[in-house]
Design a protein. Structure first.
Length: 357
């Protein structure tokens, strides 16, 4: 039976250390020979894994910090899909509502499967009712192009519609999914808000990491620990919270036990999206990264030098099942598989470019 570890990185480090120690003890207990040499080689390997896990734990301590949200705001939460808003900012929406702030939830994409748009919309209403929001606080739009189709005209219209939403609601804080190469609709949402918001709007913008194909020893410690845990003889799986992509600090919203339980009950409303898995793997305090001024970025990370590029290359020369078992990865941006989001072409076609704030 596999031990599933959720959001407890230190436990992975402890288990890898125990595995390395056990192998070293076994080496010392064996008579010199081929068997002892083989066990010693494994002991060295697991010692290296233990060292990498310690590094990851240190990087978590460096990158992450707690965020207190104690004042009401005019909070605008934007996301393509119904569960994303709760994953990214469910706790923040709940906290802002209790502080007496105004919260507006805007969904930007409709599910393409027949019947699912209505189902998912009702699930979203049920989830936000748990947080105390009214159905009128939720807005369902169809602004983004279909998942695997380029539509620059629709992107231009989406930018204009988002500008209208900002002008009408006048938010003091905006949360969008992170531009991370995980899902093209998420990346579109982050890029579009960068096109329409200006310094005159006087609002804070936060990106919320959710998932992605990126791996970095420096920037993605939870992802690194997830890979290291796979070497614990197939007996352990680590599910960490979402990492950022570029070293900006990750702020963890400080939620009390009741608020965190409420966020998990909100996630449980999304029956069509495997609610038990959402509760287990996404039921952590909201994670927010402050918007970086003075960009644009065409890609979320350097694809040519990335772990994803290495895995895709390995798949071309080795059995895919073997590669996926040893080096699991999401195969690129959802909607742009085998690659990551690159806005150079999309922006040129749409006649848009991100603004500097």
């Amino acid at each position: 039976m596999k031990l599933r570890i959720y959001f407890r990185p230190a436990l992975v480090v402890l288990l890898l250390g125990a595995a390395a120690a056990a192998l070293w003890l076994a080496t010392l207990g064996l008579a010199p020979g081929l068997g002892a040499t083989a066990v010693a080689a494994f002991a060295v390997f697991y010692s290296a894994l233990f060292a990498f896990s310690g590094w990851a734990l240190w990087r978590i301590a460096v990158l992450e910090r707690w965020l207190a949200w104690d004042s009401p705001a005019r909070l605008l939460i934007l996301a393509p899909h119904e569960d994303d808003c709760v994953i990214c900012a469910g706790g923040l929406g709940l906290r802002n509502r209790r502080l007496g702030g105004a919260t507006r939830i805007v969904y930007l994409a409709r599910d393409e499967a027949p019947g699912l748009p209505q189902t998912r919309a009702e699930e979203a209403r049920a989830a936000w009712r748990v947080a105390g929001l009214e159905d009128g606080d939720l807005v369902f739009l169809d602004l983004l192009p279909p998942l695997r189709r380029r539509d620059p005209g629709k992107l231009r219209a989406a930018a204009a519609a988002l500008r209208g939403i900002v002008d009408e609601f006048k938010p003091t804080a905006i949360v969008v999914p992170m531009f991370e190469g995980g899902h093209v609709h998420h990346d579109m949402t982050a890029a579009l808000i960068g096109c329409v918001v200006t310094p005159e709007d006087r609002c804070e913008i936060f990106e919320a990491p959710e998932y992605g194909p990126y791996l970095s020893l420096w920037h993605t410690p939870h992802r690194l620990l997830g890979l290291l845990a796979r070497w614990l003889f197939g007996l352990v799986a680590y599910y960490g919270p979402a990492d950022g992509v570029d070293g900006r600090p990750v702020s963890k919203l400080r939620l009390d036990a009741h608020e965190l339980d409420t966020k998990r009950r909100m996630l449980a409303a999304f029956a069509s999206q495997n609610a038990p898995s959402l509760v287990a793997t996404r039921g952590y305090p909201d994670r927010l990264v402050r918007w970086r001024d003075a960009r644009p970025m065409h890609e979320p990370f350097d694809f040519a030098r990335s772990y994803l590029s290495f895995v895709l290359a390995a798949r071309r020369v080795l059995p895919r099942r073997l590669v996926d078992r040893l080096f699991p990865v999401q195969p690129g941006t959802v909607g742009r598989e085998e690659a990551i989001t690159d806005w150079r072409r999309e922006w040129e076609e749409a006649g848009q470019s991100p603004r500097r704030r």
